[in-house]
Design a binder for this molecule. Structure first.
Ligand SMILES: C[S@@+](CC[C@H](N)C(=O)[O-])C[C@H]1O[C@@H](n2cnc3c(N)ncnc32)[C@H](O)[C@@H]1O
Length: 419
């Protein structure tokens, strides 16, 4: 019988965490993977990511064989089975493992016959898999995106999200040299793209802190800030520290602030690995009294809807209900940041979101609230940034930009200057 230390059992637990408990995978993984031997963890993570990415297709495959929707855990066992079988897994082994997982708990034991019968039928029907349409975003997210960008753009975003994401690195030093060492592609924005990275911690230069993982779009805000050596810079929502490291590597005197002590530990570890330094402050940004600073980077807490390529759990763990609270927090944070700037100082505001409420709208509202505030579009014209991506409020990036090279995370980035 399957037990809680089996890879697939843990994967079903993780699917339950996301679809039933509505927890983000990043939060659930730590606790669940700790139950597995180290050598099984990468496989569990790969399987759960694949099943989440395939979820809509799994449900389409299952539809004709289910007279009614099974209990949530039974459905998740089936989804895992479908995803594995349709991605080339050996059906016999997959079916047996899924039946064993069903038998392991009283609430799913009754469904072992169903799991067995349905997965065997799926194996016979698996040719249908490749004809299924690209999964759509959930309605709560699709609707506002359709209103903002139209059908064609949303379909392109969905295709990019389904395709997943390569691994991008930011070099601490020379990006060209890093690309050559890693046999990666040097992107026009200066990030290094790896198509087949494998285990990150085994890559050359990891222990020496020569680079860190950071999507090419996520690397742009610090480039827009363009910190000068000796400048005082506040990284206002810093954890886990990708942008803090860029600012510190540029020679700025960085104050890295975050409200989460747990996440700040990650900043500390990242700085220590890369041998970079910053002053670390654990505080609510809205209560922080420091500065004034030459420049502030505000990578505000947001819906993270631009990162679904890397986080296919998001559409299943969220339903949009907490979004208005985030929009309000972003507004307060912008006001707080402007109050911590030196006269003439610059605020780089960014969110890894696709929603204009967290980008263009925030800028329009901030300009209306603050006299003497202006948007500096020139600073956004960086190497590799297409002029068409820049609108009156800032730089708008979509997952389907540069799709043939692997795409990028959805982001909004702007530079505001205070008189
Ligand atoms: C988008 S993440 C930042 C990512 C980070 N800039 C990087 O590049 O690695 C947003 C961060 O905001 C932090 N946060 C949320 N509310 C906050 C608040 N009121 N004050 C300070 N930080 C906050 C979260 O803990 C989270 O680490």
């Amino acid at each position: 019988m399957s037990n809680p230390k089996d890879v697939r059992y843990v994967v079903v637990d993780l699917l339950d965490d996301v679809t039933v408990e509505k927890r983000l995978l990043s939060e659930a993984l730590l606790k669940r993977l700790a139950k597995l031997p180290a050598e099984d963890r990468a496989r569990a993570q790969r399987l759960v990511m694949q099943t989440l990415r395939d979820m809509d297709r799994c449900d389409r495959m299952l539809g004709p064989f289910l007279r009614q929707r099974p209990a949530p855990r039974v459905l998740n066992i089936l989804r895992l089975g479908v995803s594995e079988i349709c991605n080339g897994g050996a059906a016999h082994g997959v079916v047996n493992a899924c039946v064993e997982i069903s038998k392991a708990q009283a609430e799913t034991e009754h469904a072992r016959g169903l799991v067995n019968a349905v997965l065997r039928k799926i194996d016979r029907e698996k040719a249908k898999w490749d004809t299924l349409p690209i999964p759509r975003l959930p309605k709560w997210l699709r609707k506002p995106l359709l209103a903002d960008y139209g059908k064609e753009a949303v379909a392109a975003m969905e295709a990019a999200q389904f395709a997943g994401a390569p691994v991008d690195l930011t070099a601490k030093g020379d990006a060209k040299a890093l690309a050559s060492t890693m046999k990666g592609e040097l992107l026009p924005t200066g990030s290094v793209r790896l198509s087949d990275a494998g285990q990150i911690t085994n890559l050359p230069g990891y222990t020496d802190g020569d680079w860190w993982v950071q999507d090419m779009a996520a690397a742009l805000p610090a480039k827009v800030l363009a910190a000068q050596a000796g400048e005082t810079v506040l990284d206002m929502c810093a954890a886990p520290g990708g942008k803090t490291m860029q600012l510190a590597a540029a020679g700025a005197k960085v104050t890295a602030l975050d409200v989460s002590a747990g996440r700040m530990k990650r900043v500390e570890e990242n700085l220590s690995r890369t041998k970079l330094s910053a002053e670390l402050v654990i505080s609510d940004a809205l209560e922080y009294e420091g500065g004034p600073f030459d420049a502030i980077l505000l990578d505000a807490p947001c819906t993270a809807t631009g990162t679904i390529r890397r986080h296919p759990d998001l559409p299943y763990a969220k339903d949009g209900s907490e979004f208005p609270g985030l929009f309000e927090l972003q507004e307060h944070m912008i006001d707080r940041a402007l109050g911590l700037l030196k006269p003439g100082g610059r605020l780089i505001y960014c969110t890894c979101s696709l929603l204009i409420d967290e980008g263009e709208e925030q800028v329009r509202d901030a300009l209306a609230r603050h006299e003497g505030l202006s948007v500096e579009l020139d600073t956004l014209r960086l190497p590799g940034v297409d002029a068409d991506w820049i609108g009156p409020e800032g730089l708008r990036l979509f997952p389907h930009y540069m799709a043939d090279q692997g795409g990028m995370d959805g982001f909004f980035i702007t530079c505001l200057r205070r008189k």
